[in-house]
Design a protein around this ligand. Sequence first.
Ligand code: GDP
Length: 464
Amino acid sequence: QEKSAITKSEIDRGAVASVAGGDTIAAVSSGSGGAVAVIRLSGPQAGRALEALAGRRPEPRRAHLARLRHPASGEVLDQGLALWFPGPRSATGEDMAELQIHGGRAVVAAVLGAVLAVPGLRPAEAGEFTRRAFLNGRMDLTQAEGLADLIGAETQAQRRLAFAHAFGHLGQRVEDWRRRLIRAMALVEAGIDFADEDDVPAGARALARPEVEALSLELETALADRRGAMVREGALIAIAGLPNAGKSSLINALAQRDVAIVSDEPGTTRDLLEVALDLGGHKVTLVDTAGLREATSKVEAEGIRRARARVAQADLILWVHDLSAGPVLKVCPSIEAQAPLWLVANKIDRAAGEPSYAASWAAQVRAVSATSGEGLAELTRAIGSFISARAEGEHPALIRARHRASAAEADAHLALALTQWETLDDELLAEELRLAARALGRMTGAIGVEDLLDVVFREFCIGK
Ligand code: GDP
């Protein structure tokens, strides 16, 4: 079922596209090295190019097995599937064609060369297909970003988030905020338009306030929710503990490769060491912190300062304790983080008898041996469920730094409007609400994003 309603903004954007996308682009859209390669074409000459190579324009959206010839020499270059997607019901909204050919480098070079020999065709720039899809109203800007994330997803959790972002219309939540804001703005503006009529204005302005308050609260809740960022960027897990507790050994064991320096010399991990891992389907960044203790040198003091700052951003802190050095008496008092702190009781292979901890720790203790591997599978599983539990449910709309910046800007205008609600002129109040709506509109690309497009689409590679 096609979405049939074409909004005015889509028509406006279509007008932009017909200027921006006047030429026809082509590129290899598949990865390299496969048995099959896909060449995509988009633009007004796509159908003619298909005829030139495949002999005819196939029925729309049906695969057609064809000999592909060079349009000038007539040489048969390959045999493959030709597909024809007339606009606007295509991925980019323009006429599109697709050739599925053999993946060999020489075949791909010959067929792409033949496509580009058709007058009016040129190689696509990075992200240009997706950019045209956006300009033609086939997707909003957050969906385009979701698509980039989907293509780049490394873990299953990232794939799920990116899919929801690209196809689950998270951007609609932002558009919904914006629509409500525009309604509130209209109420305030009613006060301007009907300033002479006594009964309308005061009531209209008062009506808008609860909606603006609700919106401000929702924006702040969304800003406070870091789940999306956690899945996209990966959960940050700080590995803290006294020198020699086994932090580097634990990271090595979890990473299953030698990434950190392990040594008997206290204070060897002078600097921060970060390792990104796929831990049971979740992207995780482990940060080895310089032993958080009194520094004896300047270099160490700087390391400790940076470790503290990183620990403060962590989603989870693992406090590693060397059980062979005795029971856990206290955890470093200077950790100022909101994140949950788990005690990892290390070196159980060396500990005599039952390890002992302060009673308050009982629930959070994970006993392991970084060198023998005991308890590591359980620790990995526990971290996995911790992240799943945090990331589950509906994902927030604010996934990227760009989204958060727009939301924060919108909220700042709302906050200003709310604190001065009684004193601001109708015009000024409406202006604050308009600026907030504009910030939200930039998030989905509904308005004023020309300057952003290069930044957003630069992330794509050619053919996307
Ligand atoms: P860090 O300073 O906290 O990073 O500690 P390291 O990872 O450098 O470890 C300090 C020492 O403890 C090294 O000699 C490690 O081999 C040793 N070590 C680490 N984990 C274990 C463990 O589970 N069992 C035993 N027996 N030794 C360990």
